[in-house]
Design a binder for this molecule. Structure first.
Ligand SMILES: Nc1ncnc2c1ncn2[C@@H]1O[C@H](COP(=O)(O)OP(=O)(O)OP(=O)(O)O)[C@@H](O)[C@H]1O
Length: 338
């Protein structure tokens, strides 16, 4: 969205070495998020992508401290929010909001829209009375609904309208940062596009910083400045969308992009089909977690967890064979022109 900006704003959010484990009933450990590191510049939108089970939702919730992370730090405007006592955290909660995945279960069915949004205004200490009523109406109009919708219950709305109510609730407290968790996936394509446009418009006009959690790579390319690609709890590749989409360097990103539909049918591409299923996060593979499905894996990949390698600008890739694979690609390319 703001990818065309030439100046580089400072990060509003920095996630460092974030780990979120869960214990199963039989005492085993689920490594849902492992050593997650990335940042989001103020006013930027970052897309978090990966297959189902890669840890995206857990990461979003851990960042907002809706879960208590196992390890790591989350700096919001320079403050490590994970180490804040709960009283101080309350103040930060207002600045960091979430739009939930499912517009059907995230709104209390027994509350009118005015109460749902009013509840958010309560937590922000907004005064009651006429001013609040006016604020609710203003928020509804801001998200493309009407003032009279304030008296209705969630079941009286369509999926797209409910999503808009969720967005109004999130922006009611004037946050700086919003996690939007697949906020459009439950909707049909045209409604999805309208909600995406609304999010984009609000991001620009309110100067919001967004973490957009999604399966759909096309949506991320459309909406986001940077992308973080996760697999089995770990980051495989991250960087500016224009760079990662044009030159994906990690075999997993290449496979994901090869499976995404291309809007332009003349841009033909070969689909990379990954073998096997995603392993269990209870016993992730040693070394590179992607190696059991990677077409290029060698014994080297099982040895150590690959360190992130700097490719260009702010483009990082976690693959020990990165340079070797790139040389091979280069060789193929050169041969093709001989
Ligand atoms: N409370 C929990 N207890 C145990 N395991 C959990 C818990 N929450 C998530 N997990 C596991 O953590 C892993 C990551 O789940 P998560 O929902 O974060 O992935 P995701 O990438 O958001 O998937 P999806 O795209 O399907 O929403 C999964 O294996 C999931 O089963």
């Amino acid at each position: 969205m703001s990818g065309s900006l030439t100046s580089q704003p400072a990060p509003l959010l920095r996630v460092e070495g974030l780990c979120q484990y869960f214990k199963t009933q039989d005492g085993r450990t689920v490594h849902a998020v492992e050593a997650l590191t990335f940042d989001i510049k103020r006013g930027h939108t970052v897309g978090l992508v990966g297959e189902s089970g890669s840890g995206k939702t857990t990461a979003g919730r851990a960042i907002l401290r809706l879960l208590e992370p196992t390890a790591g730090q989350v700096f919001f405007n320079g403050t490590d929010v994970l180490s804040l006592p709960s009283k101080e955290m309350k103040r930060y909660r207002q600045k960091m909001q979430i739009i939930f995945q499912d517009p059907f279960s995230s709104l209390n069915p027994r509350m009118r829209v005015s109460q749902i949004i009013g509840e958010a205004l309560n937590t922000a200490g907004y005064p009651k009375g006429e001013a609040r009523k006016a604020r609710v109406e203003e928020l509804l109009q801001r998200v493309g609904l009407q003032a009279e919708h304030a008296d209705r219950y969630p079941h009286e709305f369509s999926g797209g309208q409910r999503q808009r109510i969720g967005i109004a609730r999130a922006i009611a407290v004037e946050p700086d940062f919003i996690v939007a968790d697949e906020s459009v996936s439950a909707l049909d394509v045209s409604v999805q596009a309208q909600v995406l446009n609304l999010l984009g418009e609000l991001q620009r006009s309110l100067g919001l910083t967004l973490l957009f959690i999604a399966h759909d790579l096309t949506v991320v390319e459309y909406l986001c400045d940077e992308v973080v690609v996760m697999y089995l709890g770990r980051v495989m590749e991250r960087g500016p969308c224009r760079e990662v989409y044009a030159r994906p360097r990690h075999p997993y990103t290449q496979a994901l992009l090869s499976a995404a539909p291309v809007p332009d049918p003349t841009r033909k591409k070969q689909r990379i089909v990954l073998r096997g299923d995603i392993p269990s996060p209870i016993s992730p593979p040693s070394g590179c977690v992607f190696r059991t499905r990677c077409p290029y894996a060698t014994a080297l990949c099982a040895a150590d967890v690959p360190a992130e390698q700097h490719v260009s600008d702010e483009h990082w890739v976690s693959c020990v064979r990165l340079h070797e694979l790139n040389l091979q690609e280069q060789g193929r390319h050169d041969n093709a022109y001989q």
